[in-house]
Design a protein around this ligand. Structure first.
Ligand code: SAM
Length: 227
């Protein structure tokens, strides 16, 4: 992985390095390939032009349509828990800006990412194409149902808060596959990791988080989230 030059923001590799050291390594993420990917993807290409100066700061940012690009640390932590291997096929639910999908594109062999808002999916696809990440496939659909066309997956990462684990996602895990997902209610969730071993699923819990809702058939409906 090498740096993408950007004459408009030549200092971005230093900004990304500080982000990695001060926000991610400092909080205990050690996965070398995840850290290398976060140094290699220009995060400022995934935010609105007026927010580029804040792209490497320690927090989420709005990306329009009421959605956010997640905090760098949370993205790194979820990728570390997913632990995608170079030969694996993974699914992301909640493309948003496309930033985490780009990281997955460096970490895995084949990536499918599903977004319910067509305008966000289109922007993300453009950004991924600009980076030449042709192993990342963007789909517009209800991701609570997964993306059965390319299943099974070695890893599934959900980037929005679910009321419970969607059964469709568990069903699309390969044997040995991992599902990383924030589960809870609108005031807060916990990151869960489900690992498939044959017909049984091991559940582990990790950090408390606060995500936007996963809206769909096996998620929230918009009215129950905001009431
Ligand atoms: N990973 C993203 C990034 O790097 O920018 C951030 C994702 S953002 C926190 C959550 C995204 O999930 C939003 O773009 C939202 O529209 C999407 N989303 C919510 N429910 C969904 C569903 N059922 N299927 C697909 N996408 C969904």
């Amino acid at each position: 992985m090498s740096y993408v030059p950007d004459p408009q923001r030549p200092q971005w590799p230093q900004e990304a390095e500080r982000m990695v050291q001060e926000q991610i390594v400092a909080r205990g993420v050690r996965h070398p390939r995840v850290l290398a990917a976060m140094r290699a993807i220009p995060r400022h290409w995934f935010v609105r032009p007026e927010d580029q100066a804040w792209a490497y700061r320690d927090g989420p940012l709005p990306i329009g349509y009421g959605q956010t690009i997640s905090q760098p640390y949370i993205i790194a932590r979820m990728l570390e828990l997913l632990d995608p291997k170079p030969h694996e096929k993974v699914l992301e639910v909640g493309t948003g800006s496309g930033y985490q999908a780009a990281l997955l594109g460096l970490l895995a062999d084949e990536v499918h990412t599903v977004e319910r808002i067509p305008e966000l999916a289109a922007q993300a696809a453009e950004r991924l194409a600009r980076l030449g990440l042709d192993n990342v496939h963007v789909h517009v659909a209800d991701g609570t149902l997964g993306w059965p066309q390319a299943a099974p997956y070695d890893g599934i990462l959900v980037a929005a808060a679910a009321p419970q684990v969607p059964q469709a996602l568990l069903a699309q895990l390969a044997d040995g596959g991992r599902l990383v997902i924030p589960v809870g209610h609108r005031h807060g969730q916990v990151i869960e990791r489900w690992t498939r071993q044959g017909d049984t699923f091991l559940r582990e819990t990790f950090d408390p988080v606060a995500f936007v809702p996963l809206i769909g058939q096996e998620g929230w409906d918009e009215s129950s989230w905001s009431s």
